[in-house]
Write a protein that binds this ligand. Structure first.
Ligand SMILES: [Zn+2]
Length: 240
C-alpha cells in the first residue's frame, strides 16, 4: 500500500477513500472535529478566501453563521450549542472547574442571525435605545461572535443572583476562568477598554483553539488595528 505525503502535510493512503462515519450513528458530543490543518504553526495565517471584510458596524465585525451540522450540544437538553471543537473543550473545562468546586454555567452559545435580530431590534425598542447605545451592549444581527459557534456566555452556577452584568467579575467562576480558560483555548472577547469600544463583558468568552476559530477572530483584530492607525506605516508592536 503506497503512502504519499501531499503538499499540505496530509498523508494519503493509496486505496479507495475511507468512508466517513455516518453522522447519525455517532453521538454528536463524542465526535470532535479533528482538524489536520492545525499543524504548521510557523506559517502566517492566510487571508480568508472570501476576502477580508472592510467594514464594521457600530464597532462590531461581521461574522458568518456556523452551519448547523458543525454544532454540538454542551448541555444535556441540547439547548446550547457550540462548534464541535469548542464544545469538547468547554465540557472538559467545565469538568475541571467542577472538580475544584466551581460551577461554570453556560447560558448562551451559538445564536442564529434571526435570534440576534430579536435581541438587537426588539430589545432596543423595548428599552427605547438609540442604535449606538444598543450596539455598546449588543451586536447587530450578522455581527455577533455568537453566530460563529465559538462564543459562549458563562455564569457562576453558585451565584444565581449575578446575571450577565459587570459584577460577574466578582465571582469565583470569573476568577477561575481568568486563571484557567487559556489552558482550554478560551479567551475574553471584550475586556475593559477593548479597541472595538464594546462594553466590558466578563461573561463572554470565545474559543480560539483551532485554525478556523483563530482566523475568524484574529481577522477581526487585524481590522481593528488597521482602523486604529489608518496610515498603516507605523512599525509593528513589539511582541515578547
Ligand atoms: Zn455573549
Amino acid at each position: 500500500m503506497a503512502i504519499a505525503i501531499l503538499a499540505g502535510g496530509f498523508v494519503a493512503w493509496g486505496t479507495a477513500p475511507v468512508e466517513p462515519p455516518v453522522a447519525s450513528d455517532v453521538p454528536a458530543i463524542v465526535t470532535p472535529e479533528i482538524s489536520l490543518e492545525i499543524a504548521e504553526p510557523t506559517e502566517p495565517l492566510p487571508v480568508p478566501e472570501d476576502g477580508v471584510p472592510d467594514d464594521t458596524l457600530l464597532g462590531h465585525i461581521p461574522y458568518e453563521e456556523a452551519p448547523a451540522d458543525s454544532l454540538a450540544p454542551i448541555v444535556a437538553d441540547g439547548s446550547i450549542l457550540l462548534r464541535r471543537a469548542a464544545a469538547e473543550r468547554f465540557i472538559t473545562m467545565a469538568e475541571a472547574a467542577a472538580a475544584e468546586g466551581i460551577l461554570l454555567e453556560p447560558v448562551s452559545g451559538f445564536r442564529s442571525i434571526d435570534d440576534q435580530e430579536y435581541l438587537f431590534f426588539e430589545v432596543k425598542a423595548e428599552r427605547g435605545q438609540i442604535a449606538t447605545t444598543r450596539a455598546e451592549v449588543s451586536a447587530p444581527p450578522g455581527y455577533s461572535e455568537h453566530h460563529t459557534g465559538y462564543a459562549i456566555d458563562i455564569l457562576d452556577g453558585s451565584r444565581s443572583d449575578i446575571g450577565l452584568v459587570e459584577a460577574f467579575e466578582t465571582t469565583d467562576a470569573f476568577r477561575w476562568l481568568q486563571e484557567n480558560a487559556a489552558f482550554y483555548s478560551f479567551e475574553l472577547s471584550f475586556p475593559r477598554d477593548n479597541p472595538q469600544g464594546i462594553s466590558y463583558e466578563p461573561w463572554h468568552w470565545r474559543f480560539v483553539g483551532d485554525r478556523h476559530s483563530l482566523e475568524t477572530f484574529y481577522r477581526a483584530t487585524n481590522l481593528t488595528t488597521s482602523e486604529a492607525s489608518p496610515e498603516a506605516n507605523s512599525p509593528p508592536p513589539a511582541t515578547p
